[in-house]
Design a protein around this ligand. Sequence first.
Ligand code: G6P
Length: 445
Amino acid sequence: MERLIVVSNRTPAQGERTQPAGGLTVGLHEVVQTRESLWFGWSGNQAEDADAKPVQVESGETVSYATFDLTPEQYERFYLNFSNGVLWPLCHYRTDLIRYWRADAEAYYAVNERFADRLLPYLRSDDTIWIHDYHLFPMGKRLRSRGVKGRIGFFLHIPFPPWSVARVLPGVDRLLESMTAYDRIGVQTHEDAENLRGCFAACGLEAVVEACPIGIEPESFRQTAISSAASDEVRKTLRSFDGHRFIIGVDRLDYSKGIPERLRGFARLLERYPQYCEQVTFLQVTPVSRAGVESYRALKQQIDELVGSINGAHGTAAWTPVRYTTHGLAREDLAGLYRHADIGLVTPRRDGMNLVAKEFIAAQDENDPGVLILSRLAGAAPDLVKALQVNPLDTDGIADALHTGLSMDRKARHEAWSVMYGEVTRNTAGSWAKQFLDSLEMATT
Ligand code: G6P
């Protein structure tokens, strides 16, 4: 089997390499363990002299890592301003949040060229190269222009909008044209595939686009949940609930995740069904993300205020309705908490896939599973049809789903859960990668 070169902007941090935390890195972690691989990308660090510093290589038995720093200016223009201040809102249908500057776009292309140029010395002619996510749309084109002839595939982990939205981006045709360098482009859902094909067609371009939904490794996550369900940290949190039932939400602090909308839905539950007051607590775990982007700072302030106002309006001296932290929890503690939660509340306004939804299902105790409430605008929604699906903008709809979920008997919960667990085990991180890499191979032989 040829060597696999995985390229992504975010690579697992050194401490996380045995157990990465984020969506993309979790999905890819399993893939690189099973064949000779090199994972190439940003180190997560900035340095004034980054361009002069060599790539840092850590060789491992199966997987090696090669990472490099960005200069503070590259970090700002490429990562914050263009990737996360233009492409991220565009792909999540939030054109109102785009802050476009030509200098940032130029820096984005220049950093993509730098990714390609820094990778070149490590490449062998029979490598399969697999590039990931919106930070690196044009990287393949640079590799081609530097003479790389082997297989290059691309996978987009976030949604892709229709032409009517995508055309808002200045220079969208240049971006799409650069993507025709790939032998195969994978996206999460059929809707994303249709959208991207429509964009290529609108620009008179051709590319092979395929829907290939990512999964998790459910068995290892289930084992983690079982073994940490009684850990000190999980028990401490459960004790603090003082016997209340609890709802859990876990998201990076991002406007695509629908966190204010969800908080309003919970507040509405307490207004309309006061029997839950002092009986149910909502734990929202929201590690701060991309705080250098204005829209993220504004969102943090909005959530801070909303949590305060809900707790002020509904809380009592003895009960805090919303428990909210902007610190991340260890992955194993999250798994243990999912297992104990009555409801997993996953209500993004848009999401490429959402692996929290799949992890919540994998973590449940099959004898007494919790209920998943899932936005119909998450990429996971077509796979998890037995979730209680909601429109994330419908506050009353979220309140109703919470009430339904909290009232479901064990039999109904088990029926829904077992169908979803079947789905989560059928379509795993491993089968996702295999499907994509097989079709990449077919495209080029
Ligand atoms: C999403 C993206 C990833 C990204 C992750 C964390 O899952 O698809 O590419 O790495 O968010 O965001 P960050 O900006 O911290 O890398």
